[in-house]
Design a protein. Structure first.
Length: 220
């Protein structure tokens, strides 16, 4: 899509009159016992999306980065998608890393290869600009082990968590310069039993399910 245009959605078709339009195919890759939907070229269709070739390149780097994190579980391959001095910022918990060594340490000690085996990442939408890619995602997992970046200091509860995420990646010279990652921490805490949604204006996993299925009933 062009900068400023709305996000492409499954079911859109490329405009044959525009030779720089290509379709993006979604691949479902095995992630432990779970599945992850990634936008990778050349794989089985899950619905074509419109994009431009230059934007496709940034999206492909984004997808390769996430694949190295969740599927390959390879810190060094993940780092190769980034600039020499990147940073990663998980906004709700204020955790992440600054600079190459800080990011590498965060990935090694707290993130890459540390997620529960049933973790799934499902893409909802993507917006691409000149030097930025913004993905709307749903992350789900069973909290059967520490998840340091999201629930630091919280012992495993065995509860299922599913929560919408927004990931903003800034690019420099075709590589990721930084990541800003957002989610609703109150929803996560409600799902692991640390907040009572009956007493507070918060929602649990239903917010993710509503995002994925607009036919579900809203509150109120």
């Amino acid at each position: 899509m062009s900068p400023g245009a709305g996000p492409s959605r499954a079911g859109d078709v490329a405009d044959p009159a525009r030779p720089d339009d290509v379709t993006r195919r979604e691949v479902v890759g095995l992630m432990g016992a779970g599945l992850m939907a990634l936008g990778l070229p050349g794989c089985a269709d899950s619905g074509p999306l419109i994009t431009r070739r230059s934007e496709m390149d940034l999206g492909a780097v984004f997808d390769a980065h996430v694949k190295h994190e969740f599927v390959d579980k390879d810190v060094e391959a993940t780092m190769l998608t980034m600039t020499p001095e990147p940073y990663v910022w998980n906004v709700p918990t204020m955790l992440g890393g600054m600079g190459a060594e800080g990011v590498r340490r965060f990935y090694t000690d707290h993130f890459v290869g540390k997620m529960p085996p049933d973790t799934k990442v499902v893409q909802v939408s993507r917006t691409v600009g000149v030097d930025r890619v913004v993905d709307e995602l749903v992350l789900s997992f069973t909290h059967d082990r520490p998840v340091d970046f999201m629930l630091p200091g919280i012992a495993p509860t065995g509860r299922h968590v599913e929560v919408p995420h927004v990931v903003v990646m800034k690019f420099e010279n075709g590589r990721i310069a930084h990541e800003h990652i957002y989610w609703d921490q109150a929803s996560v805490l409600a799902q692991v039993g640390l907040l009572d949604p009956a007493k507070l204006p918060v929602t649990g996993g239903e917010q993710a399910r509503k995002l994925l299925d607009g036919s579900l009933k809203s509150r109120g």
